[in-house]
Ligand binder design. Structure first.
Ligand SMILES: [Zn+2]
Length: 141
């Protein structure tokens, strides 16, 4: 077992944590700001004293859009013009925003989607075999 402190603050580490069903970002110990995905250098104070933190995975819907023209990875999941999905910006309880797929709402009924709806993180398995990995999503509670 490697300890969390040993992993570099890279998108590869971020994805590795997702595969472990953990939503991890970095925290600047100098100015107390959180970053998701993780940053190795604090964009706020330019310090490099960062540590890993695990986010609660709870938040609220800040913005969204229905996706009808899906990227290849989502077409493989059965999404597309006939079966759109929602992509949203989630504001986590910790005050950090991240974009992700939104589950539990009908992308064809965008008028029923409420900004501010409470969300909880969900890790969605995508791909087959070697390319299998977890994607970040949030579900309406
Ligand atoms: Zn800082």
């Amino acid at each position: 077992m490697t300890t969390t402190a040993e992993r570099p603050f890279t998108s590869a580490s971020f994805e590795q944590y997702l595969n472990e069903k953990k939503l991890m970002g970095s925290h600047c110990t100098t100015c107390n700001k959180d970053f998701l995905p993780p940053r190795a250098i604090c964009p706020n104070c330019h310090g490099d004293q960062l540590t890993w933190i695990e986010f609660s995975g709870k938040g609220r819907l800040a913005a969204f859009t229905s996706i009808f023209i899906a990227p290849t990875v989502m077409i493989a999941e059965g999404y597309g013009r006939e079966n759109p999905y929602l992509a949203g910006v989630v504001e986590l309880d910790e005050g950090v925003k991240i974009s992700a797929q939104i589950l539990g709402l009908d992308a064809r009924k965008a008028e029923e989607v409420k900004i501010g709806a409470p969300l909880k993180v969900e890790f969605v398995e995508r791909g087959e075999g070697e390319s299998k990995k977890m994607a970040l999503a949030f579900r309406v509670e």
